[in-house]
Design a binder for this molecule. Structure first.
Ligand code: GLY
Length: 570
């Protein structure tokens, strides 16, 4: 019934001109969505429909990515956002590439120990809920910067579909009703004004969610671009919200915010070359390190999810995540030893104590010893992948951090604030929302960007586009991207199979191999346990949205079956 209604809404959008032909919803049966010219994959069917409509209107991949990002802020409020931030990796059809960092920054009033009590203990929930948890949003500035540099269609065309979705409303899915209702108490307790996402008698599937305040904010962004968000009445609303809720963000913080174009991290896996996100994300470096270590092993011969394959991947992950905790942070504040971390001799040394038969306890693993110059100065995120008809490719991962971020909607402006401050290390060695520990490299400082795991990635082979991928999932993002890459290249899966295949994850601390339900059979679990691994089942890992350029030149979309993710192409 819900899906029937979604199709009706999409057809309505066709009539309104957002979609020029009936879109093909991704089946959830491991069958790739195939297209000849262009493809988008995102977390929501309506957002994917907006992206395809922009491409058909003559927009390029950047245009579509921007329009999808704004649409997700409306139809996928748990992670789609204008009050958060993220990263974009771009590869033009001519092979040139670029990355855009629109990560949040810490407010100027932030201090290193702001989440500690008088005894030096981390105050529960302070960095995850409410106004104190929010960093300066980067999404709108990022979208404007990307459009100015690479966009083709007029800016207003990219924001308008989201305005329409917010004004006219859309059908609430069973999943959205459930996740909104799960936050009901926080929405009521943390907001200083009635929260438009809370409903007294709870949300039900087939309800319509209209967001008039959010629509007004999007109109301001449509008409005034960056100034529509970082200045004027929207900025005033955000600052008034901060003052009512005791938050730290000021007008100066908003005026100072700037996204940063950065050189991509370039990595290799056998014949593949990939571009991914540099710091302040750890994603690109960690993925490149893992690939460099793992390409030496005959994983295909050992087999998908065999004990030997899992053991080797886990042992590499254990060591690479220890490096992450010590050596990675915002490069404007911390000299990240990128060259050493990616150096072959260094990585060989990191794996020197590796035992092919036994797990190395994480207590015995410390970060690699690199001479360091000191400081210079419930998981949710979402990913979208786009390839346009010219062959330009975009991978965007964007986030409020936890589901619904700080759970605070800016009064009068209708958008959620992020709780990205929790991605800093509030205290050395104390785990954050994702169980990740950090240190000085990722300590809080005014105007600093918090370390991320987001790994939007574009893969090429023989100089040609091969794959576009990324995922939400906090600390598990890096290992999910790795597994999807391996599923295609080593285990011969199609794009959809690779995305849907069960996943596992290790991140040094806690010293556990996390697995999805039914990811491993009992003999495999027993064998891993005999090797010294502790296995722990957990809820689904990640929601990868990816596109593969097949050998026949067609585009294959993989939309993760773990969510309502949708691949659409033409
Ligand atoms: N907020 C999740 C991440 O950036 O890794």
């Amino acid at each position: 019934m819900y899906y029937a209604k979604v199709v009706v809404v999409i057809l309505l959008m066709c009539m309104l001109g957002y979609v020029q032909s009936k879109p093909h919803l991704t089946p959830k049966n491991n069958t790739d969505t195939i297209a000849d010219s262009a493809m988008v994959v995102s977390a929501h069917p309506l957002a994917s429909a907006v992206g395809v409509a922009i491409l058909k209107k003559g927009g390029n991949a950047i245009d579509a990515a921007i329009a999808i990002q704004f649409a997700l802020a409306v139809v996928y409020p748990e992670a789609g956002n204008i009050g958060g931030g993220g990263f974009m990796v771009y590869r033009a059809a001519d092979g040139s590439s670029n990355t855009l960092d629109f990560r949040e920054t810490a407010p100027l009033a932030a201090t290193k120990n702001m989440y500690l009590d008088q005894l030096g203990n981390v105050i529960a929930d302070r960095s995850t809920k409410g106004h104190w948890a929010a960093g300066i949003p980067g999404t709108v500035a990022g979208a404007v910067a990307a459009h100015q540099k690479y966009g083709k269609l007029p800016w207003a065309d990219l924001v308008q579909p989201a305005i329409n979705l917010a004004q006219q409303g859309f059908v609430v899915s069973p999943t959205l009703a459930q996740t909104l209702n799960a936050e009901q108490t926080d929405f009521e307790q943390l907001n200083t004004r009635p929260c438009p996402l809370a409903k007294k008698d709870l949300w039900h599937p087939l309800d319509t969610l209209k967001q008039v305040q959010l629509a007004a904010t999007l109109v301001a962004i449509r008409d005034n671009q960056q100034n529509g968000f970082y200045a004027g009445w929207v900025a005033d609303s955000l600052i008034a919200e901060m003052q009512r809720g005791g938050g730290l963000i000021t007008h100066t913080d908003l005026a100072n915010y700037a996204p940063v174009w950065r050189n991509p991290i370039v990595g290799n896996y056998k014949k593949l070359r990939f571009i991914s996100m540099p710091p302040p994300s750890s994603g690109g470096i960690a993925l490149a390190q893992l690939c460099q270590v793992l390409e030496k092993y005959p994983l295909a011969k050992w087999g998908f999810h065999s004990p030997k394959t899992i053991h080797h991947i886990v042992e590499a992950e254990r060591r690479i995540y220890a490096d992450r905790a010590t050596h990675l942070g915002d490069p404007a504040f911390w000299q990240v030893p990128v060259g050493t971390l990616l150096n072959t001799a260094y990585l060989q040394k990191r794996m020197k104590d590796f035992d092919a038969q036994h797990a190395t306890p994480s207590a015995k693993i410390v970060a690699g010893n690199i001479a360091q110059s000191h400081a210079i100065g419930h998981e949710e995120t979402t990913h979208l992948s786009v390839v346009d008809k010219w062959g330009n490719a975009v991978a965007v991962t964007t986030t409020l951090n936890g589901a619904y971020g700080a759970k605070v909607v800016v009064g009068g402006a209708g958008f959620l604030l992020n709780n990205q401050m929790d991605d800093f290390s509030a205290k050395p060695g104390v785990p954050n929302l994702y169980g990740l520990v950090g240190n000085e490299a990722n300590a809080i400082a005014p105007n600093k960007r918090m370390l991320s795991s987001m790994t939007p990635t574009i893969v090429e082979q023989n100089g040609k586009l091969r794959m576009v991928l990324g995922t939400p999932g906090g600390s598990t993002i890096i290992t999910s991207v790795l597994q999807v890459l391996l599923n295609v290249e080593e285990f011969g899966m199609t794009m959809q199979e690779a995305v849907d295949a069960p996943r596992f994850h290790h991140q040094w601390l806690p010293d556990l191999v996390f697995i999805e339900k039914d990811a491993l059979d009992t003999p495999t679990i027993k064998q891993l346990q005999q090797m010294g691994h502790t296995i722990k089942e957990r809820p689904p890992i990640g929601r990868v949205d990816a596109i593969l350029v097949r050998k026949d030149g067609k585009l294959a979309g993989g939309a993760d079956k773990r969510g309502e993710d949708t691949a659409l192409g033409y």
